[in-house]
Design a protein around this ligand. Structure first.
Ligand code: GLC
Length: 816
């Protein structure tokens, strides 16, 4: 473990190197129904079963309180797990119906197992312990408490995924991962493993069985995933108690479900927020922004929201408007609204030090800003010049921050974009707050080093909570660049300043997949790339990928070539339009996946291994992914290339454009010229679609289409989730869930279950669009002949009135 910087106030004696001291023998001091408390030397250790498949381990240095409160954790009230504790001379076991924590006492080593395997088992030699920077007598050099490490045995064959926002490949085995929120130097490369957010969570996978481990520390962390030593992993924290959670799985889905129960799930977003968004650091006037929105409409390109970057502010003062360039923000919002376009505005944490500026004076007078170690207001330079930084650990600061939001929300702004919240400061070079800055908020004064990784999340939380207070009936739309485990409760995350490089298009895919495996379901990268100049081909290819990102936004920096969908002319504009229209059509499918993420934590854009953990080929499918279970997407991420390799896992897959069927597992060469990205649909799996729309709510979604590529293959099923796309009625059950099953044998049968929930769908007509069949001899709805159907070229469309009752569509036709 290397401390990133040492404290100026506490010089480390020359030659002092952290030396790992493993815990020795332990004694049981207390036992409850689900927990065992031990003493090992000066450390107190507690192991608790929180649920059948979830254990918590806490190691607290001498005199440190047993405290699990954390910004990362949403759920603390675990109903008592069904556990049995066996205490023997050398060993304690906490057994739940599904897994066992096995605690060897001489020396203390903790491991986990279920009926099939062991996982997250301490390395026999090293186990868990502290790595003091200097002899304990000189505690002064170590104000954070000693760094702590837990070493886990690497079971050969295990692969590691997750770790939140990363560069590099999907599989993190044999890597070292640092967690210290940071605005990385421009042009993220694979050498960077430390970015804007920190999610110290890893998913292990071996022989088709998954487990998870989350180290809940807001200090700097490092994971060594079989990098230093082929036989083990090391999980290190820079101070504070070592608290970690182990998830028994055994499927990735089960791990994610529990992990997001612990750290929280995403509330349902307003539906417009998953449409197409356009941004640029460079939209400088109200007229320019309106012109952009109008151009989308004139060119028939879908658009749900436009963004204002820092240029709307008065001298970059947060919560202000430039009076000349934005004379009437409410009128701007109104005019955008007439076009069906919402407005999202950026905010930064740095508050300009300016005696004439109300937010600064208020914050200073109420003592809400971070301080230097010596008690002065901490200041550094960001966009507005010298700034003070709100101490978001203080609940008073968060409330005050929320109270500033009317400057934006009262004009009708629909979403808030939290940027630079690692936080980033510019002097002497772009970096973050010094570690000895102090936060005096909640409830004790702490050093920045202790809370650094949660600073950005607390800003997002303050923004989200302020939004909810001001608009209790609206779903907040908050974006955050920085965050910790659990950011999903407050905000979506976008991955900051990528570059218009093909390499970054490629990098985005494993990046978003690992974010999805780390509890962040609503994520996206800047489509087209932020810095550097895009080309038409790059933007078109990026959009082919971007329409499948849960967050779909084109954003670029002021000093780059314009990057709007039409910026590079034809043929690119037409390809991009076609893709964005496809995203609009997929809206009910995507919205249903948002509901799944909201309820279960399952990623929207997900790696193949999420569905096929027993298929090791999927561990390396960095450049393709699933959207839900129904779609497999394999974007092209190289210039002037029309063909690419695609791995199709087991099952029957149908090429979206040609209808060609493939039996997986299979490696295929896909022909994917511009405008025809390699998309495969799982056979017999219905996909709900809306008609093409310019924006959410343009008109009623009629008809609602169920698209099914039929094949002589396994039965398929799907769900459709609907609600009014806004507000909180859904929490009171005002939603609708429709389940559809498709089977293909002698007949093709589509069975709709009765709709659940009280939301009345706005689609009056239901259309079934079956692909890949011969001309039917008969089409029956609940055994009566259907009147309205068309057949041509292997495609049958049947229209029926919408409705809530169960029904069955039987098509007497052979598969083509
Ligand atoms: C940061 C953000 C970027 C934004 C810029 C100006 O670099 O990541 O998206 O455009 O600041 O506000």
């Amino acid at each position: 473990m290397r401390r990133s910087t040492y404290f100026l106030q506490f010089p480390v004696p020359p030659g002092a190197v952290p030396a790992f001291e493993s815990l020795g023998a332990a004694q049981v001091v207390e036992q409850t129904a689900t927990a065992v408390r031990l003493q090992a030397g000066s450390a107190a250790v507690e192991i608790t079963a929180l649920a059948d498949d979830l254990f918590r381990v806490g190691m607290f240095g001498a005199g440190r309180p047993r405290e699990y409160r954390s910004e990362g954790v949403a759920r603390v009230d675990w109903a008592t797990a069904e556990a049995r504790i066996a205490v023997e001379a050398d060993e304690v076991r906490i057994e739940t119906p599904r897994a066992t924590a096995r605690v060897a006492l001489h020396p203390l080593r903790i491991g986990f197992r279920d009926s099939e395997r062991e996982f997250a088992t301490d390395d026999e030699k090293l186990g868990m312990g502290f790595a003091p920077l200097a002899p304990p007598a000189s505690r002064l050099v170590d104000p954070l408490g000693s760094p702590a490490i837990v070493y886990k045995r690497h079971e050969p064959g295990t692969h590691y995924f997750g770790c939140g926002e990363r560069t590099g490949s999907l599989d993190k085995t044999q890597s070292r991962q640092v967690f210290w929120n940071f605005d990385p130097p421009a042009q993220h490369t694979a050498a960077l493993n430390n970015m804007y957010t920190s999610v110290p969570f890893v998913l292990g996978l071996r022989d088709g069985r998954a487990w998870g481990m989350f180290v809940d520390s807001s200090y700097r962390l490092e994971f060594d995933l079989v990098n230093e030593d082929p036989s083990r992993c090391g999980f290190a924290i820079d101070g504070g108690p070592m608290i970690y959670y182990v998830f028994a799985g055994p499927t990735p889905r089960a791990v994610l479900e529990r992990y997001t129960e612990l750290t929280g799930r995403m509330p349902m977003p307003p539906r417009w927020a998953i449409g197409n968004h356009q941004s640029r650091w460079g939209y400088k006037t109200a007229d320019q922004l309106l012109e952009i929105a109008r151009t989308f409409r004139q060119r028939g390109i879908p658009l749900d929201a436009v963004y204002l970057d820092i240029d709307y502010m008065d001298g970059y003062r947060v919560f202000t408007w430039d009076a000349e360039r934005f004379p009437d923000p409410a009128d701007l919002v109104r005019q955008l609204g007439e076009l069906g376009v919402k407005l999202v505005t950026i905010i930064d944490p740095g508050v300009k030090v300016d005696e004439q500026y109300r937010p600064y004076c208020e914050g200073r007078d109420a003592d809400l800003f971070c301080k230097t170690f010596f008690g002065d207001e901490y200041r550094n330079v960001v966009w507005p010049g010298l700034c003070a930084f709100p101490d978001f650990t203080d609940p008073r600061t968060r409330t005050w921050w929320g109270e500033q939001l009317p400057a934006l929300l009262d004009t009708g702004v629909a979403g808030i974009w939290c940027d630079m919240n690692e936080p980033t400061v510019f002097v002497p070079t772009p970096q973050t707050l010094p570690e000895d800055v102090t936060h005096h908020g909640d409830p004790n004064a702490v050093l920045h080093a202790e809370v650094h990784n949660i600073y950005g999340q607390l800003m997002a939380r303050a923004t989200h909570e302020g939004f909810r207070t001001l608009r209790p009936e609206q779903r907040p739309m908050v974006i955050s660049r920085a965050g910790f485990a659990g950011l999903q409760r407050y905000a979506l995350h976008w991955t900051g300043d990528n570059t218009s490089w093909w390499e970054h298009l490629a990098m985005s895919m494993p990046q978003l997949q690992n974010l999805g495996l780390s509890g962040y379901a609503w994520v996206g990268v800047d489509i087209g790339g932020f810095t550097g100049d895009a080309t038409g081909e790059l933007l078109a290819r990026w959009t082919e990928f971007g329409i499948f990102q849960p967050f779909c936004r084109n954003h670029s920096a002021w000093n780059t070539r314009p990057q709007e969908p039409w910026a590079f002319g034809e043929p690119y504009e037409s390809h991009i339009r076609k893709m964005l229209l496809l995203r609009q059509r997929l809206m009910p499918f995507l919205y249903t996946l948002f509901d799944e993420a909201h309820r279960t934590g399952a990623p929207i854009l997900r790696p193949l291994l999420f569905e096929y953990p027993d298929d090791a080929t999927t561990f390396a499918t960095d450049d393709e992914f699933l959207v839900g279970r129904a779609l497999l997407v394999a974007p092209i991420a190289r210039p002037r290339v029309d063909y690419r390799h695609v791995y199709l896992p087991r099952g029957t897959w149908v090429h979206y454009w040609s209808g060609e069927r493939y039996q997986g597992p299979k490696h295929v060469l896909a022909h994917a010229p511009l405008g025809r990205p390699a998309i495969y649909v799982r056979a017999n799996t219905p996909v709900p679609l809306w008609p093409e729309m310019a924006y959410d709510g343009e008109r009623p979604p009629d008809p609602l289409t169920w698209l099914v590529f039929v094949a002589a293959a396994d039965d398929g099923s799907a769900e459709l989730y609907e609600d009014d796309g806004e507000g909180y009625a859904y929490e009171r059950g005002v939603s609708a869930r429709t389940r559809v099953h498709c089977s293909v044998s002698n007949d093709i049968e589509l069975r709709f279950e009765a709709v659940e929930g009280s939301f009345a769908s706005t689609s009056e007509t239901l259309e079934v669009d079956l692909r890949g069949l011969e001309r039917p001899t008969q089409v029956l709805i609940d055994d009566s002949a259907a009147q309205a159907w068309d057949y041509a070229d292997g495609r049958l469309t049947v229209r029926l009135p919408g409705g809530r009752a169960a029904r069955r569509l039987t098509v007497r036709a052979a598969v083509a």
